[in-house]
Design a protein around this ligand. Structure first.
Ligand code: OGA
Ligand code: NI
Length: 372
């Protein structure tokens, strides 16, 4: 008898649990010498069909001449008119791309390099020490390491391990951080928070608001630092580093190393965000799209798997996440008019985050759920 079925013919939950229980993440698989991607990581063809064919080569990953706008922040302090130009560029990039890169942002290159190095040291330290941070029970914990936060709920696992640290609004006690990267993590967090405040000022100005508007709303209050580690993948055409998603925060500041693999959707195609040393990548999150009533766009992005690696990146999320917060967010009144009525209902960061994590269909945006 021939059975034709599209449901997995293996005990997926059991394999997920076995992988999870090693507490060694994807890095553990690679260290053990796997030459085939285990089936829990294999994505269905429809999420992979548009993958570029040149994986693993040093060439550009996709064939397009488009590049995410690069904005020089040096000019904001020079003259009033050069600041205005930067504000316009940031506004335009936030509307058209949802993504831009910044140079001369004030964070020394050595701090960026040491941050990437610190993350690498965390993952490459003694496994027994690293395992002490491995958990899925994040309740009350501010430092959490695991592989695939949504391992048991997503249809397919990704080729990535992650450590996240809740850095604000309440200051994190440095003693909670892994000793191998404690110092640099505190330093990076301090500097990137300062940059975030500058960006929220520029974004406010580009909306025609008082420069403190977004900060006064609390958009810069919460900080989550996500350190990702993408080991080299033996069969990169079968899996992804991060599935297509948009970020569920106000703003993200992303630092990536030299490997590459990040892609953003623009004009209905995938565009590489090629690594440039010293550059930081900024993207608008869902909550900023919501409060700007769709003026700024929270754009989908992903990370492809590569045969080279490991790749290290650090995503700094401006959000209070599921921490309790009573602040209500809806489209900013000053931006609304008869011709631009509110598109979204009011919500809290906590409600939005919980919906994003638990209820939204995998890979889909959570924003439509909050439409009026
Ligand atoms: C994220 C993300 C991209 C990267 O953490 O949300 O999209 O390059 N990261 O790691
Ligand atoms: Ni993201």
């Amino acid at each position: 008898m021939v059975i034709i079925s599209s449901t997995p013919t293996y005990d997926r939950t059991k394999e997920l649990r076995e992988f999870d229980e090693t507490k060694e993440g994807v890095k553990g698989l690679v260290d053990a010498g796997v030459v085939k991607v285990p089936r829990i990581f294999i994505h269905p063809p429809d999420t992979l069909h548009d993958l570029p064919s040149q994986l693993g080569s040093s060439q550009s990953l996709c064939q397009t001449y488009l590049t995410v706008p690069i904005i020089d922040l040096q000019e904001i302090t020079e003259t009033q008119s050069s600041r205005k130009e930067v504000v316009e560029k940031i506004g335009e990039a936030s509307e058209r791309w949802g993504f831009f890169q910044v140079v001369n942002h004030g964070i020394p290159e050595i701090v960026l390099q040491e941050m990437l190095e610190g993350v690498r040291k965390f993952y490459e330290q003694d496994m027994e020490i690293k395992k002490q941070f491995y958990t899925r029970d994040a309740l009350g914990k501010k430092v959490v390491y695991n592989s695939n936060f949504d391992l048991y709920t997503s249809p397919t696992a990704n080729w990535r391990d992650t450590m996240y640290c809740v850095m604000g609004p309440q200051p994190l006690d440095p003693q909670e951080l892994p000793p191998v990267c404690r110092g640099i993590l505190m330093e990076y967090s301090k500097q990137v928070t300062k940059l975030g405040i500058v960006l929220f000022e520029l974004l406010s100005e580009s909306l025609g608001l008082n420069s403190k508007h977004l900060i006064d709303m609390g958009c810069a209050e919460g900080h989550a630092l996500l350190s990702h580690y993408y080991p080299a993948c033996p069969e990169p055409e079968l899996t992804l580093g991060i599935s297509k998603h948009s970020d569920n925060d106000f703003l993200t500041i992303l630092l990536q190393d030299q490997i590459g693999g990040l892609q953003v959707v623009h004009q209905n195609q995938w565009v590489d965000v090629s690594p440039t040393p010293g550059t930081l990548i900024i993207n608008i999150g869902d909550l900023l799209q919501l409060i700007t009533n769709d003026r700024f766009k929270s754009i989908e992005h992903r990370v492809v798997a590569r045969s080279i690696g490991p790749r290290v990146s650090v995503a700094y999320f401006f959000t209070t996440g599921v921490q309790s917060s009573t602040k209500i967010y809806g489209p900013i009144k000053e931006l609304l008019s008869k011709d631009n009525p509110p598109v979204y209902r009011e919500t809290t960061v906590k409600e939005y985050t919980a919906y994003y994590r638990e209820k939204r269909a995998h890979g889909a945006s959570a924003l439509p759920h909050f439409k009026l």
